[in-house]
Ligand binder design. Structure first.
Ligand code: NDP
Length: 484
């Protein structure tokens, strides 16, 4: 491997791939970040064998060993967040502050689960049969395959890898091919943990169709945790059903931000700008549907339009950039197709949606806003994963709630209101896994559960203490002590 060629980490060794891909900066296509290994099916099989071998050793490791390993990874990520955050922003295109924040947050997932490793406390009970005691404890699953997307290339992986390791599992990570540099950087930190046995953590960069498919079809994988699109999630569910492999899916969304007539319009505008356009709209928690009470519709639209006009779109690493480029050419084409669709479906164009030229050649697009949209239009039903928001007018609160719930997805929703009654009713009746009051639909904490309903999620919740449900299995022991 050359100096700018980055390998896979299999069985405790860095290895060249069967081929390589080039990784370019979406803010500056002349900037080559490096060449990254592409595993083939044989290398995926090698990673599975290595993980199987290491799983028992890691499962038998002491809790303090796991604590120390996870704490060291977390602390290094936090300490190096400026450097690694810059790399993340350079390859993914989110503004530097968001990249740095993502690395620091990823570190917090490791430090949080370092402590959780020590908090593995089970249940005891008396049997209904006198003289018998019962001990209920959790044990590791074995080998967990982690399959992650590009939009939060480090954080989505960290919130899976950290609990998987904390609860004593071996890990094989297949990151998204669009963002291999972030995957390699996190893996490099993990690879230096001397107390982690060779094979307990493996990185296999490569295509979803080859490497990903090999992992999900393997009878030697005990569990698959996935974040990505609905289509790939369905394929994973089918493959896992064949071997009865445990799986967990976090997928698409079509999140609604409801703005009521009694809400603070400045709070609503800030929530819409942040929620719909942060991360260039490429967030599973993005509020692409803005459901607005008729009485404040025009005033709200004008405030958001003014906000978008002022929003600075540019190179992810440039000073003052508030929105970076779209991640790659394929994603840009998809975004442009949705802009055409919005116009052809009869939406009124208020702002943006143009290709932008900047000093460097990149996938720049101005943030777009449409009004006069209906909830049954495709732009309001399909996940666009784009800096595009559509306003849907509602006559009253009941109508707004009904529109918010009229979707196949159910990840997050938000309401801007000063009415306690409406906020409470919305919290209790919106059909999503997360709900925000007077806050953007994006932006969640690491110590509490995260996930959705409907076609947004399948399986038990991720993050916080709830993650133990997925990464462990329960054993109930009956003990007859006998006469003393
Ligand atoms: P994809 O579903 O395209 O890819 C996700 C991962 O799956 C990638 O690593 C991909 O590899 C891999 N993959 C592709 N095909 C297969 C296969 N046949 N078998 C196994 N693995 C496969 O999603 P994106 O990366 O495009 O991410 C965007 C999506 O992620 C959006 O729908 C978004 O909503 C969702 N997302 C959901 C979140 C949530 O918590 N609900 C959070 C963040 C994102 P490769 O890259 O090589 O194709």
């Amino acid at each position: 491997m050359g100096a700018d060629t980055f390998g896979n980490f299999i069985g405790g060794r860095w290895q060249a791939g069967a081929s390589e891909i080039e990784n370019r900066n979406p803010s500056d296509l002349s900037d080559l970040i490096g060449s990254y290994a592409q595993a083939d099916r044989a290398q995926a099989e090698a990673a599975i064998a290595a993980a199987r071998e290491a799983a028992e050793t890691w499962a038998a490791s002491g809790l303090e060993t796991r604590y120390k390993v996870l704490m060291a990874i977390g602390e290094e990520l936090i300490a190096r967040s400026a450097e690694l955050g810059e790399l993340l922003s350079r390859e993914e295109g989110k503004p530097r502050a968001e990249g740095v924040g993502e690395i620091a947050r990823s570190g917090q997932f490791f430090t949080y689960y370092a402590a959780e490793a020590l908090r593995q406390i089970g249940d005891t009970a008396d049997s209904v049969r006198p003289g018998i005691e019962i001990d209920v404890r959790r044990e590791p699953l074995g080998v967990v395959a982690v399959i992650s997307p590009w939009n939060f290339p480090t954080a989505t992986a960290a919130w899976k890898i950290a609990p998987a390791l904390a609860f004593g599992n071996a890990v094989i990570w297949k990151p998204a091919n669009v963002t291999p540099a972030s995957a390699w950087a996190l893996s490099e930190v993990i690879s230096r943990q001397e107390d982690l046995p060779a094979g307990a953590f493996n990185l296999v960069m490569g295509s979803g169709g080859a490497v990903g498919q090999s992992l999900i079809e393997s009878p030697d994988i005990d569990a698959v945790t996935f974040t990505g699109s609905l289509g790939v999630g369905r394929r994973i569910a089918q493959a896992c059903a064949q071997n009865l492999t445990k799986f967990q899916l976090e997928m698409g969304s079509k999140n609604a931000l409801v703005v009521m007539d009694d809400g603070d319009l400045d709070v609503a505008t800030a929530a819409a700008l942040n929620g719909a356009f942060g991360g260039t709209g490429q967030k599973c928690t993005a509020s692409s549907r803005l459901i607005v009470h008729r009485a404040v519709h025009d005033a709200f639209v004008e405030k958001v339009r003014a906000g978008l006009q002022a929003l600075k779109v540019g190179h992810a690493l440039a000073e003052g950039t508030q929105m970076g480029p779209v991640v790659d050419a394929g994603q840009l084409d998809g975004n442009l197709a949705y802009l055409d669709l919005a116009r052809s479906e009869g939406c009124t164009h208020i702002w943006g949606g143009e290709r932008l030229a900047r000093e460097t050649e990149g996938y720049y697009l101005s943030p777009a806003l449409f009004t006069d949209t209906k909830n049954d239009m495709r732009v309001n039903r399909e996940e666009m994963f784009a800096p595009i928001a559509c306003v849907i007018e509602a006559g009253d609160y009941d109508e707004a709630l009904a529109i918010a719930n009229d979707t196949e997805f159910g990840l997050t929703a938000g309401i801007v209101t000063n009415s306690l009654a409406r906020a409470t009713h919305f919290r209790r009746n919106v059909k999503t896994g997360c709900v925000m009051v007077n806050l953007p639909t994006a932006g969640t904490d690491y110590h509490v559960p995260f996930g959705g309903r409907g076609n947004s999620s399948f399986g038990s919740r991720e993050q916080g203490r709830y993650a133990v449900e997925f990464y462990t299995q329960v054993k109930t022991a009956y003990i007859a002590a006998g006469a003393p």
